[in-house]
Design a binder for this molecule. Structure first.
Ligand code: LMR
Length: 366
């Protein structure tokens, strides 16, 4: 009996051992392909990661610095360029936009482009004149009758061609010209009708000798200052007037700290879209082509919409009802301003060049 039990137990142990063994083997058999699949999937996700990292490493980052609000012709154009550039290059290029002087003031930004710390900037042409006095041609009072005349000037060899060519002397390359529109005058003290009304008033100007001379021609006191400081300087009475486009006045709330605005359209404000020449020429050809396409479309958009945006901003300023008076310069008053400010043309003939000044005068008198 005992023998039988021992025999049965031994058989059971043997059977169980066999079952466990088979199970273990079958588990092993299953786990091998699993592990292979696992290791295959690991290596393919490694490959994917490597590929993503490689794309990221190759990703071209373009830092684009500007000083205005996003809801302005330049702010909107910069955002549109980013969107198109990223789309057309299928993500090979990432454009980082820094608006509102977050990264640089326009006065410092050209040096940053030269050092390739930012790759694109769009300073006003007035600010380019710090490096190239000839660029101050756009600041001459009443030089352009409308935005189309500025575009004609930029497309001509004798003006646009000459101005864009000289940028390469300083490691810069001009990519496009974006319009904002025409400047208007604001003051906190009294309305500006005739040249005498400027007498002794302190106006902020961009860094441009011609703009300083424009205010001096009507006995005002010009104070060069970065755009980012204008609101608080007006609020604190460091200056009591300024000139700018309606979109800049509205988006920076200058009308809230001024009492009078004269719609004078006396001067043009536009931007030179500038890059670092080595950076741009070092881009893969296909990427550069797509970026140029994005830029051309953006330039076209600003041309068609800049003026409209400024007009909408005038309506918003009127709706805000913060100004005591908005005066539209009459033809006689305009003539008096033109005559008073005309001295500026002769004053800068040597610095800017008679050929450029004559070319602009010819456009104006057309
Ligand atoms: C200014 O400084 O008033 C302008 O240049 C700002 C701008 O870029 O439109």
């Amino acid at each position: 009996m005992l023998k039988n039990w021992i025999w049965i137990s031994l058989s059971l142990i043997l059977v169980m051992g066999l079952i466990v063994g088979c199970g273990a083997r079958s588990q092993d058999a299953n786990s091998e392909p699993e592990q292979e699949a696992q290791s295959e999937s690991n290596s393919s996700s490694d490959d994917n990661n490597k590929a993503t990292k490689a794309v990221e490493a190759e990703k071209i980052v373009i830092k684009f610095s500007h000083v205005v609000a996003e809801d302005t012709p330049k702010g909107k154009a910069a955002n549109m360029f980013k969107e198109l550039a990223e789309q057309y290059t299928e993500g090979r290029v990432e454009v980082e936009i820094f608006p509102n002087s977050q990264l640089y003031n326009d006065d410092d930004v050209l040096a940053a482009v030269q050092q390739n710390n930012v790759q694109i900037a769009a300073p006003s042409t007035s600010k380019v004149s710090k490096l190239f006095p000839e660029w101050t041609i756009f600041d001459f009072p009443f030089a352009f009758n409308d935005v189309a005349s500025v575009q004609d000037a930029m497309e001509s060899e004798e003006i646009g061609g000459k101005l864009f060519n000289m940028l390469s002397e300083q490691k810069l390359l001009g990519l496009a010209m974006w319009d904002n529109g025409f400047k208007q005058m604001t003051l906190d003290d009294h309305p500006l009708y005739m040249p005498d009304d400027f007498d002794g008033q302190q106006f902020r100007v961009m860094s441009s000798k011609v703009l300083e001379a424009q205010f001096e021609s009507v006995s005002a006191v010009p104070t060069p200052m970065p755009f980012s400081e204008v609101y608080s300087a007006l609020e604190q009475g460091v200056i009591n007037g300024q000139e700018n486009t309606l979109s800049n006045i509205y988006s920076k709330k200058f009308h809230e700290v001024q009492k009078y605005m004269t719609i004078s359209n006396h001067g043009y404000l536009g931007y030179a879209v500038i890059t670092n020449v080595e950076f741009w020429n070092g881009l893969p050809d296909d990427v550069r082509e797509q970026l140029e396409k994005a830029l051309n479309e953006t330039t076209q958009w600003v041309r068609e919409n800049g003026e409209k945006l400024n007009q909408e901003n005038l309506e918003k300023i009127i709706a805000d009802d913060m100004l005591k008076e908005i005066h539209y310069l009459t033809d006689d008053q305009k003539q008096a301003w033109v005559e008073a400010m005309n001295v500026v043309y002769d004053e800068f003939e040597e610095e800017v060049g008679a050929d450029l000044i004559n070319a602009v005068k010819a456009l104006r008198d057309k």
